[in-house]
Design a protein around this ligand. Structure first.
Ligand code: SF4
Length: 216
C-alpha cells in the first residue's frame, strides 16, 4: 500500500482497537502547554506530579511561574526530570506568552506565524511547538515523535528514523484533511500503540492492531 493508504488504514485500525484517547489531559490551554514542555524525555505520570506541585503551590499561571526563583521552580517540577533545563524552558515560554498578550492573542495568529514564534523560544523544539499548536490551540498540525518514526520504519518507511522532522510531519499531514481532531487522535493513538506494542526491544506484533499493514 502507499504511504497514505498505510497511514489512513493504521489510523482506522488503532481507532477501532483503542477508541478515542481524549488527549491532551489538562484543565486549560496553559496547563496543556506547560505539560508539553515538561513531557520531553519523561513519562506522563512524572509530568502530572510536577503539574500537581505547581497547582498545590498556586503558581500554575503566567504570573505564578514568573514570580518564582529559578531554583524554586526547578524544585517544584523536579519529578519531571531535567528540572533545571525544563525550569529555564518554562520561564522562557511564559515570559514570551506574557509579552505576546496570552493565549487570547495567540488564537488570532495564523498557524505558521505562531509556529515560527514558538520555535524561536530557547529550548522549544518542533515536537513541543507542535504539541502546543495542536493540543492547546487546536491547529491542524501533526506531532512527530519517536513512536511515529519507529512504527513507520517498522512498516516499510526505511528512512523514517532519519527523516527531517518537517518533511515527515508534512508527509503525514498530506494524507488527511487539515482537521485538528484527526491529528489529535492520530498522534495519541500512535503513542498508545508505541507504548503498548511497538516497544524498542521486543515489539508485540501478534496482538498489535497494525499487524499486517505495510507500506510498499
Ligand atoms: S508492534 Fe509490530 S505490528 Fe505493531 S506497530 Fe510495532 S512493528 Fe507494527
Amino acid at each position: 500500500m502507499t504511504f497514505c493508504e498505510f497511514v489512513t488504514a493504521a489510523f482506522r485500525a488503532m481507532f477501532d482497537a483503542f477508541g478515542p484517547q481524549h488527549w491532551w489531559p489538562g484543565e486549560s490551554d496553559f496547563e496543556i502547554a506547560v505539560g508539553a514542555i515538561l513531557t520531553q524525555n519523561t513519562s506522563w505520570q512524572n509530568v502530572e506530579k510536577a503539574i500537581e506541585n505547581l497547582k498545590k503551590r498556586g503558581v500554575l499561571s503566567v504570573e505564578g511561574i514568573l514570580s518564582l526563583e529559578d531554583g524554586e521552580l526547578a524544585s517544584l517540577i523536579r519529578p519531571a526530570g531535567y528540572f533545571n533545563v525544563k525550569a529555564g524552558r518554562l520561564k522562557n515560554f511564559v515570559a514570551w506568552l506574557k509579552e505576546m498578550g496570552g493565549f487570547e492573542t495567540l488564537r488570532k495568529l495564523p498557524t505558521y506565524r505562531l509556529r515560527e514564534y514558538l520555535l524561536e523560544i530557547k529550548g522549544i523544539g518542533p515536537e513541543t511547538a507542535d504539541s502546543i499548536l495542536l493540543y492547546a490551540l487546536s491547529r491542524p498540525i501533526f506531532v512527530v515523535d519517536a513512536y511515529t518514526r519507529r512504527i513507520l520504519a517498522r512498516h516499510g518507511l526505511d528512512e523514517a528514523m532519519k527523516m527531517d522532522y518537517d518533511d515527515l510531519r508534512r508527509r503525514v499531514e498530506s494524507c488527511f484533511e487539515p482537521d485538528p481532531r484527526i491529528f489529535n487522535e492520530l498522534h495519541a493513538l500512535l503513542v498508545k500503540t508505541g507504548k503498548e506494542f511497538c516497544r524498542k526491544r521486543g515489539p508485540l506484533c501478534e496482538k498489535c492492531p497494525l499487524n499486517g499493514l505495510r507500506i510498499g
